[in-house]
Design a protein around this ligand. Sequence first.
Ligand code: 5RP
Length: 227
Amino acid sequence: MDEQTRLKQQAAERALALVKPGMAVGLGSGSTATLWIKLLGEKVRTEGLEIRAIASSEDSEALGRSYGIPFTSFAETPTLDLTVDGADEVAPGLALIKGGGGKLLREKIVASASKRFVIVADGSKQVEKLGKFPLPVEVIQMAEPLVSRQLAELGFTPKIRINNDGSRYITDEGNLILDCSGVLMDNPQAIAAKLDAMVGVVEHGLFLGMATLALIAEPGGIVERTK
Ligand code: 5RP
């Protein structure tokens, strides 16, 4: 296991301690969330931990099911007790960029339904200002040229996300992702408001005022950040 994975594993282990029997739990996406789902799944499989879950991606749900984690729906369970997820950048105030794995829409839905939204990450994800990591913006395919122009007017350089085989990356909901570089954000709230108002934008990777705790794994131990 390389050093970064070891740190991610430590953050995932700390987050596991937050899960109590009977909880409704949100499962995030990405490599750090995957480590956490595996730990949680082991507890369900070997210790009979009773929980029910909603996942933020098809991959995370398939992984959870492989351990026997029972799944629920928002019709049955409109509020989750706890969601644990990764992040691409964590700035002061627990302002986040997410969506590096392309799952930002469902991740935001799951986070929005959670009483506690806990981020697990290694220290490399901490930044003073959001935006070095290109901001993922999920767009309706037909609207992409229109949205790309508006993003360029805001100073971004948007690039359609491409798979390794050269095809366009399509999200679980059938949309494109524009990875938007070039803007270090002094006022992410103002940018989020502009993105929220763009017709054709389904969702964006700015998660502001949503996280309640970040468990940041540094070589010297876990730092717990509440803002
Ligand atoms: C997926 C995400 C991930 O949580 C984010 O990309 C962090 O991933 P990792 O834990 O692999 O660094 O937002 O859409």
